[in-house]
Design a protein around this ligand. Structure first.
Ligand code: PMP
Length: 314
């Protein structure tokens, strides 16, 4: 597979190497993929500062290290080292004016033909990146369908681990939702309570109160969810993390997805039932989307701790 851009580099185990050279043997996939963990991280170009800003890099790297530890693999890098590596990668590959997606991930070293990769296996860690186009501020919406596949039981395969193997459940739910004409699934857990979508968390707004399923419902401890809870609270919106019944989805004034890739994505329909006016985001979702957009582009100074400025043009 040729590199998309001449000179493209990837970070692998502490060194930068040509993207085309970052290969593994075919026997290193398959069973080893079961234990592999990953992250999806955004960095946004700030027009005001003429600079690329990494968003909550350290929080994502901390979660990657935690997922690998929970997967009983041993990465040789800590969250601070991975944060610095991602920042340096972007300083080498990013182009002024472009937003960049960062994909750190880790997988078991070795050729694992046996079914069970043993606990304590060292993990390779890789950081790749590519340009993406943000949907923030464009009025983008989505439609949802409650998946006929329930969420994998959190006691069987914990949702707090961002491991590739959890995404099989997400994939089946997405295919199911698409077969019914919706964009994204909403999973319920074994108790019939709302959890999350396949690659994003979910919030409902009713009578001005923003609620999102609590972590014990079986959701990823999403960085965007944490961001939204803080932005909403500091903007004076009451927030709750709690169990949410499926029927609340159909009665809510506003519903939106939140995640690194989803950003803040308003839902206008669930299972064919309109949310709000059925066409556009409600007022609290719009307010939060605008605030989030300003924060990630570095236009609000009070959230500076979340931003990693990237030296470009090096
Ligand atoms: N839930 C799932 C299943 C996801 O894959 C993601 C995307 N990482 C999220 C929630 C949102 O997490 P974050 O805000 O950290 O990107």
């Amino acid at each position: 597979m040729p590199a998309e851009r001449p000179g493209r580099v990837i970070w692998r185990n502490g060194t930068f190497m040509p993207w085309d050279d970052a290969v593994v043997h075919v026997n290193a996939v398959g069973h080893a993929s079961v234990s592999a963990a990953f992250e999806g991280v955004h960095s946004y170009w700030s027009p005001d500062r003429s600079q690329l800003l990494g968003f909550r890099f350290r929080d994502h790297m901390r979660r990657l290290v935690d997922s690998l530890r929970m997967s009983r693999l041993q990465p040789a890098f800590d969250a601070d080292e991975l944060t610095a590596a991602a920042a340096e990668l972007l300083s080498r590959v990013s182009v002024p004016g472009r937003d960049v997606y960062v994909r750190p991930w880790g997988f078991a070293v070795g050729l694992h033909r046996e079914q069970m990769v043993p606990a304590g296996t060292p993990a390779e860690v890789v950081i790749d990146s590519w340009d993406f186009t943000s949907k923030l501020g464009r009025g983008t919406t989505c439609t949802l369908a409650v998946s006929s596949w329930p969420r994998t039981n959190a006691n069987a395969s914990p949702a707090t681990m961002k491991v590739f193997s959890n995404y099989h459940n997400g994939r089946l739910g997405t295919i199911d939702a698409r077969s019914r004409g919706a964009d994204w699934p909403v999973f319920v857990n074994g108790n019939g309570e709302v959890t999350e979508s396949s690659g994003a968390c979910l919030a409902v707004v009713s009578d001005g109160v923003l609620s999102t399923p609590d972590l014990a419902s079986g959701v990823l401890d999403s960085i965007t969810r944490r961001t939204v809870l803080r932005l909403a609270a500091e903007a004076g919106v009451e927030t709750l993390t709690r169990r949410i019944e499926r029927t609340e989805l159909y009665l809510a004034d506003e519903v939106f997805l939140m995640g690194t890739a989803a950003e803040i994505l308003p839902a206008v329909e669930i299972d064919g039932i309109s949310v709000g006016d059925g066409h556009r985001a409600g007022p609290i979702t719009r307010q939060l989307e605008e605030l989030y957009h300003q924060v990630v582009r570095g236009a609000v100074t009070s959230y500076e701790e979340w931003l990693t400025p990237i030296k470009t043009g090096a």
